[in-house]
Structure formats: C-alpha cells, structure tokens
Design a protein around this ligand. Structure first.
Ligand code: FRU
Length: 497
C-alpha cells in the first residue's frame, strides 16, 4: 500500500500512533514542564494484543511527540491500564537524585496468575522506568476482573487507589505505594449507576462547585468506564458526584446514571495527575470496543480525544442538579488559523423549514476545523448543523424534539462493522429552548467532538468520509406554519492547524 492509502483518515491534531494499535490512555502525569501520556499499545499489529505502555509527550497539550515504549510485558504479565504519580516526598524510597522527584507508574500486570497490580519508577522524569522487584504489590484472592489502578495523594499524605473489580470499584490505601490495604467498595448496588457491562478504568478527584446559592464547596467525582452498556451501545464512561472522606466514596443519592460523554467514541477517559494549574484535564480513547478492531485505518488503529477541562456546575434543579461539564482545554486555541467566517458579523434568523448553506458565504477548505455557534431557539422540534462535502457525505449534530442527536450514517465508510451505523442520541440535562446556548465543535479528518450548552452535553464520534467534509449548513425544521425562530447570535469558524 502506498503511503497515501496508509494515511487516509489520519487525524491532524489528535494523538494517534505512527503505527499499530492503541487503546486506553494510561499514566497521564505532568512533571517539570512536560505532559506525559502513556497508552495501551500493541507494537506488532493493528489489533489488540499483548499490551505495552506506549508513550507520547507534550509541553502544551496540543503538539505531541511519540517516544519509545515505556513498559514491556514481563514474567508477571502484560501491562494493562493504570496511572502515574509524582512522589514528591519520596514516600517510596525510590528517589536517587535529590533534584528529581520519582515518577511512579501503577498498572495492572495481566498474566497467567490473573490480574494483579504492579509498580515501576523513573528517576529521569519519566524517560525510562525500572520495575519494582517486589511486584506485584496488590493481588486478588479471586483473580477475576481486578484492574486499572488510578492513584492520587490525599491531603493527609496517604495514597488512595481506585480499582475496577468486576461490577464495582474498590478503594485501597497506602503510605508507600508498595503495601496496600482495602478501604471500601462502591457500586455493587445495582441501583448505583449503570451495570450493563464490566466496570473499568475508574478515576476519583475533587472539584469545587459554586452552588446557585453562591457558596463554593468541594465535591468528589468518580468516573467509571463501562463496557458494554453505554447510552449509545458499547463502551462509555459514567460518573458519580459525591463525597470522599478519605476511605469511602459516598455518592449523592441520585439514581440517574450520568454520562461523561454521550457519543460512542470516548472510552476509558481519565485525568492528568499533578496538573500545574490544578485543572482537571481528561483525555479518552476515541473508540468503542464494539468495532475498535475493525476501524478502516491502515497504518495505525486508535486515537485519543482532545484534552478536556472538567468542571462541576449547579443547574439549580431538583433532578441531578450538580453536573460535570467538559470543555476543550484552552490550549487548543493555539490551533486556530485566522477566523474564516463570522455569521454575517451579526445575528441572523433561520426561518422554519429552511436550510442555510453557509458555504454561500465562505468556503472551508480545511478538513480540520473548530466551530462555535451561539443560538437561541424558541420552539421544538429542532435544528441541525451539518458538515458535508460535494460527494453528499455528511455528519450532523442537532436537537430533535427532546434530545440532542448526532448522525454519522451518511459519512462514507459505515459498513466496516454492523454495530457502527445508526443515529446517536443524548438526553439534554436541561431544557434547550430555555436560553441562549453555545455549541462548540472540533472536527478533525475523521473525528467530530461536540460540546453543547457550554459542555453540559458532549458527544464524540469517529467518522470515515471518503473526501474531507469541507462545507457547512444549518437546517431548521419546525412544523409548517410554525412561528418558531432559530436565532443565530454568533457563528465562528476557524480552520485548525
Ligand atoms: C479498557 C481495558 C482495561 C484494560 C485494558 C487492556 O479498555 O479493557 O480494563 O486494562 O483495556 O488493554
């Protein structure tokens, strides 16, 4: 195959390996000016296989440089998902250079004796790792699903690990990352969250939220990936908001499952440790186990979402008032080329049953773009915003009756797996006709990430068009005779990279 065919669908500003298979992001950590992203990597094939930790780094969360493999399988097993921490106090005793804090990776060894947790340390700022001779450091008497340790340091100096164990999360505590004792469990109750599949890749972190009443308080968020059982089938990540008292996670008594991302292609999302501005920044594997091994790319298979800043917002409503929002991390603004299009430089109204070809006003030649649209809609049923090309391929995002939706059924290659096609829906956490709202879309050659209503609903979807989607239209389809208005207050488009 020539280079051109091998590189068809290659994303321009997302992390993807030069060659071969990747899945979950692992060990995300910041240290001394560098963001490290490791990932599940099979260096000999483009399908899942014996797992290594691949490695890529960035100084700005925008441009990434792939480095040599960080962790290879060993006699204990393959290297499954996990996290990294900076051991500033040398609690492990691994430190060899007083000016460089050890970075410790905590991961699952998956081998003949089941799934067990191991650690490896680096004294050269995560460039090379040494496996601890006492591995594994945490074993499971039942040797079932027992994996994906995510570790953070609490204010009292203790390390706490969230671990996926079958259909629930278990928490473990440690002083030195080598000896662990079980603290508690969460989620065994079928009422707690979604249980349509196995729980994987947890993450636990605090976030401040300013309540509608004006008071700011700290709450804890637990993210749990689940496969299958996602809202649009297959893999997805749910989250819980509550409190963590040092040993137990206590979820607020809200029964609805809440989804970090309603799209089909954001799995195993976890956050950076030691983020320098104290932000909570997540990245996910932009894929779905339903069809991950069949994606129609040639040289490589698998990619990450853009980094997203997570925050909590109080919707001041009775049902599930505190929501996690996701917005593109601000550094991504560096990708923007000069503004290509501003909607009439002013407001415009789209009458009912009208399609506005935005390409009458401008042409977007770049298959990588960012859109920002602020609109007001007075009445259902709805509208859509579509990116399309002259060959009739298109991907649309919009609102229909009561739900957000994303339709990738006309984006070229949809037949590589029968689970792939179909319209994808998201339940809006609040009425969308209520007030002005902002929608942001990040489009890359083969990915569409939308952040609606200031990140209250996000949907991530891959697509495989034969030609770049380089034009846009807006469609407003209220009932005949309706006086509904769709007012576009602001519409900006940037080519990216
Ligand atoms: C999630 C997952 C993890 C596991 C890893 C193996 O996608 O199944 O639970 O550690 O992938 O590659």
């Amino acid at each position: 195959q020539n280079q051109c065919t091998r590189e068809q669908h290659r994303l321009r500003y997302h992390v993807s390996p030069a060659e071969h298979w990747i899945n979950d992001p692992n060990g995300m950590v910041y240290y001394d000016g560098v963001y490290h992203l490791f990932y599940q990597y099979h260096p000999y094939d483009t399908v899942w296989g014996p797992m290594h930790w691949g490695h890529t780094i960035s100084t700005d969360l925008v441009a990434w440089t792939e480095l040599p493999i960080a962790l290879y399988p060993d006699e204990i097993g393959d290297i499954f998902s996990g996290s990294s921490v900076v051991d500033f106090t040398n609690s492990t005793g691994f430190q060899t250079n007083p000016d460089i804090a050890p970075i410790v990776a905590i991961y699952t060894s998956a081998g003949g004796e089941g799934q067990r947790q191991s650690i490896a340390y680096s004294n050269d700022k995560a460039m090379t790792f040494t496996k601890y001779e006492g591995n594994p450091v945490l074993t499971d008497p039942n040797s079932g699903d027992f994996r994906d340790p995510k570790v953070r340091k609490l204010l009292n100096g203790k390390w706490v690990m969230a671990l996926a164990v079958g259909n629930k999360i278990e928490f473990f505590g440690s002083d030195d990352l080598k000896t662990w004792n079980k603290l508690s469990e969460f989620g065994a109750d079928p009422e707690q969250g979604s249980h349509g599949g196995v729980w994987e890749c947890p993450d636990l972190f605090p976030l401040n939220v300013t309540l509608a009443a004006g008071v700011t308080l700290e709450m804890w968020v637990l993210i749990v990936s689940i496969n299958p059982g996602g809202p649009n089938r297959g893999s997805a990540a749910q989250y819980f908001v509550g409190d963590f008292n040092g040993t137990h996670f206590i979820s607020n008594p809200w029964v609805n499952t809440q989804w970090l991302d309603w799209g089909p292609d954001n799995y195993a999302a976890v956050t950076f440790s030691n983020e320098p501005q104290n932000r909570v920044i997540a990245m996910g594997w932009m894929n779905n186990w339903l069809y991950a091994n069949n994606l129609p790319t040639v040289a490589w298979r698998g990619q990450m979402t853009i980094p997203r800043t997570l925050e909590l917002r109080d919707l001041n409503q009775t049902s599930n008032p505190i929501r996690l929002t996701s917005v593109p991390t601000s550094e991504l603004e560096a990708l923007r080329n000069p503004l290509e299009y501003v909607g009439n430089n002013a407001e415009f109204t789209v009458p009912p049953q009208t399609v506005i070809q935005l390409t009458e006003q401008a042409t977007f030649k770049n298959p990588a773009m960012e859109l920002e649209i602020t609109l007001e809609i007075t009445e259902q049923p709805g509208f859509s915003l579509c990116a399309y090309n002259a060959g009739g391929e298109e991907i649309c995002f919009g609102f229909n009756e009561t739900r957000w939706y994303l339709d990738r059924s006309k984006t070229g290659n949809t037949g590589f797996n029968q689970e792939y096609a179909g319209t994808l829906y998201a339940t809006a956490p609040r009425e969308i006709t209520a007030e002005e709202m902002k929608i942001r879309v990040f489009l890359d050659v083969s990915s569409f990430e939308v952040f609606a209503d200031d990140g209250l609903t996000s949907m991530t979807s891959l697509f495989y068009a034969n030609e770049p989607l380089d034009m846009l239209y807006l469609n407003h389809w209220s009932d005949a005779g309706s006086s509904a208005t769709l007012k576009v207050k602001n519409f900006k488009v940037w080519g990216l990279v």
